[in-house]
Design a protein around this ligand. Structure first.
Ligand code: COA
Ligand code: MG
Length: 292
């Protein structure tokens, strides 16, 4: 799961276009990119779009971003889209592990009605969109096997705080949002799910996107959300392990296998079990991307 492209759910044109974008996941949005008076129509469009997809051809995975748990809209959203069998639901303004459990409880009967296996619909919470949620980041751990990734948001958080900005003029996040980003990373890793970086909203700034993506990869994020098809190739490129990275990981694993010890000298550097874990991680990602 390297690239996750948002597509406004009320736009049949963008939905059709999104299929060719090359994203690993398409997030069909019923929340903030859809105006209040278009919500009902967007549900129908997303449901019909999901139903129209061929299950036989290779295709991206589909998530639907529903409206928040306390929006009064989420039950109708789920009723409409579960029949289209999306792989998962993205939960905005998630307040913590209890909200994932609450969403799971809403999904279970709808899966039964749609004839889907219990628990088959996954969840990705957007974990930092409210001030209160920041204090619950540790509660995702063990909350639900449905949770397959965690991501974060800086825009809604800034709006709730009524902050003047969330980035410095040079593009770096200011401290409150760096904290949210770091907590998302730690919470995802502690929960054993994939950490996904938030969107880069200036979609014409390709270099800025590459820098932001490289910084996310450096820090341990394994993918990034996107808002425009042009962003997808950059995100895929950054989050696909390079040939050199894969070769080095394999060499490290071979060196440990040969030595049969917990610590080895590798090209003049001491490596221990931490590096084995990292190398195994790279190889698993390379296999997932069908590179080896
Ligand atoms: N998914 C699919 N197609 C998209 C797209 C998206 N997210 N964003 C743009 N496109 C399409 C456009 O429809 C256009 O198609 P065309 O060439 O057939 O006319 C093409 O890509 C080029 O788009 P462009 O003209 O550069 O942008 P735009 O002005 O049409 O749209 C945005 C700009 C920001 C409104 C649009 O990218 C968008 O809606 N992004 C998603 C927003 C969203 O979901 N936000 C919620 C999460 S933060
Ligand atoms: Mg939002």
């Amino acid at each position: 799961m390297r690239s996750l492209l948002f597509v406004p759910g009320d736009s049949e044109k963008k939905l059709a276009k999104s299929l060719g974008a090359g994203a690993d996941v398409l997030i069909l949005d019923l929340e903030d990119s859809v105006a209040p008076d278009a919500k009902v129509r967007a549900r129908e469009i997303v449901r019909d779009f999901l139903r129209s997809l061929s299950r036989d051809e290779p295709r991206p995975r589909f998530y639907v971003r529903v409206n928040a748990l306390r929006s009064g809209l989420i039950d109708d959203d789920l009723d409409a889209v579960l029949a289209g069998t999306p792989e998962g639901i993205m939960l905005p303004k998630s307040g913590g592990g209890a909200d994932v459990i609450a969403l799971g409880a809403k999904l279970a009967p709808r899966e039964a009605i749609a004839g889907l296996p219990d628990g088959s619909t996954k969840i990705i919470p957007i974990a930092t969109e409210t001030a209160a949620s920041i204090f619950n980041m540790g509660t995702y751990r063990g909350a639900s096997p449905r949770c397959e990734a965690l991501t974060w948001g800086a825009e809604d958080l800034a709006a709730e705080i009524a902050a003047e900005a969330n980035r410095y003029p040079d593009g770096r996040y200011i401290e409150p949002y760096r904290l949210a980003r770091s907590l998302c990373l730690f919470a995802a890793v502690a929960s054993g799910v994939t950490p996904i970086d938030t969107v880069f909203t200036n979609y014409k700034d390709t270099e800025g996107l590459r820098k932001d993506s490289l910084a996310a990869r450096r820090d341990g994020f394994l993918g990034k959300m996107a808002i425009h098809p042009d962003q997808v190739p950059v995100v895929n490129d950054v989050f696909t392990p390079s040939k050199e990275t894969i070769a080095r990981a394999q060499e490290i694993l071979d060196a440990f296998a040969k030595a049969g010890k917990g610590t080895v000298g590798f090209k003049g550097v001491m490596l221990d079990m931490l590096h084995v874990k990292y190398a195994e991680h790279v190889i698993a990602r390379a296999k997932a991307a069908k590179l080896i």
